[in-house]
Ligand binder design. Structure first.
Ligand code: NDP
Length: 294
């Protein structure tokens, strides 16, 4: 059996076309475009690339992006000031603080400042709390986990009643995706670095979400035949045969997994394009909400 390779870009392109139509309608109605405020601190090449791609996607769909680029030695007060000014700016409907922030900054304090109604990344503690509670609805759900759910639904993967194993419990991926799968009635197990015998959990999993950050860590023979794997991991590895001398791989060893599972996402080009598209969708949602209130 050779698994279907899930191409997130194809789905993302279609969704961005839908968002572009919404943006056009909004812009015609309000005579200004929805806006995303972006805060990037420092010169980490990966973060710079992510911000560049997110702003490019904004431009493609007609969302205006307003960037605050701060130096690596920016003070806590400067970063907080950038967030506060975006909170105040009526042209800005969604705010993204690109993570991770440099070590000397208090990330929690910065994220707590983002206006709940502009939390386009869906990682405000209150939004996360609402996500965890039954019968409550968060204003926004985080971009990457939402992208994972979109991929599963696009693939018509039955979620209710399925055994789902999430490997990783970070605030931005593992934990919220586990909460979202629980809301969809999957039976969810969260594994992490202290989990004993990870393969024994994975062998029972109909759905695997891998969000670890270790290149090709999960092997094919750990997985259940016929499982669906969403590989969030994006790990840069040296490869002398690649044009640039490096390439990106996921947390799952693709070759051995493909022989076992039913479907697995591409890396790159699987979850990443959906993450960026969900940020646009959340910005649009914020724009509708804020203008309806005004
Ligand atoms: P974090 O480093 O914040 O979290 C990693 C998680 O993996 C932790 O919960 C950790 O456990 C767990 N872990 C580490 N080692 C093991 C192990 N040996 N066995 C089981 N679990 C382990 O990473 P992120 O969640 O931010 O990102 C994960 C990956 O996803 C990265 O490769 C990142 O680049 C990628 N990513 C991709 C995105 C996309 O759009 N495609 C978006 C965001 C991230 P513990 O809690 O015990 O430390």
């Amino acid at each position: 059996m050779s698994a279907t390779l899930i191409d997130g870009e194809v789905i993302a392109v279609r969704m961005r076309a839908e968002i572009a139509a919404q943006v056009q309608q909004f812009t015609e109605q309000h005579h200004y475009a929805p806006g995303l405020g972006v805060v990037l601190v420092g010169d980490d090449p990966a973060s710079q690339m992510y911000v560049r791609m997110k702003r490019k996607n904004c431009k493609e769909v007609g969302i205006e992006s307003y960037a605050h680029y701060l130096p690596a030695d920016a003070t806590q007060a400067q970063v907080e000031e950038a967030v506060l000014s975006l909170n105040q700016d009526t042209k800005v409907h969604g705010i993204l603080v690109q993570l991770p922030l440099p070590k000397h900054l208090n990330e929690e304090a910065v994220l707590n400042l983002i206006s709940l109604e502009k939390d386009a990344d869906g990682i405000h503690p209150l939004n996360m709390g609402l996500l965890a509670m039954r019968g409550r609805e968060p204003l926004f759900t985080p971009a990457t986990p939402t992208g994972c759910l979109v991929l599963l639904k696009e693939m018509n993967v039955p979620i209710a009643g399925a055994n789902a194993v999430v490997v990783g419990r970070s605030n931005i991926v593992g934990m919220p995706v586990a909460l979202m799968l629980t809301r969809e009635n999957a039976t969810v197990t969260i594994c992490h670095s202290k989990t004993r015998d990870l393969p024994s959990y994975l062998r029972e999993a109909d759905i695997v979400i891998a969000a670890i950050g270790l290149p090709e860590f999960i092997k094919g023979d750990w997985l259940k035949p016929g499982a669906v794997v969403i590989d969030v991991g994006t790990n840069k590895i040296d490869d002398a045969t690649a044009e640039k001398g490096y390439r990106y791989v996921g947390d799952v060893e693709l070759e051995s997994a493909q022989a076992v599972v039913k479907a697995i996402t591409k890396v790159p080009g699987g979850v990443g394009p959906l993450t960026r598209t969900m940020l646009l969708a959340n910005t649009m949602k914020a724009a509708y909400r804020l203008t309806a209130k005004a």
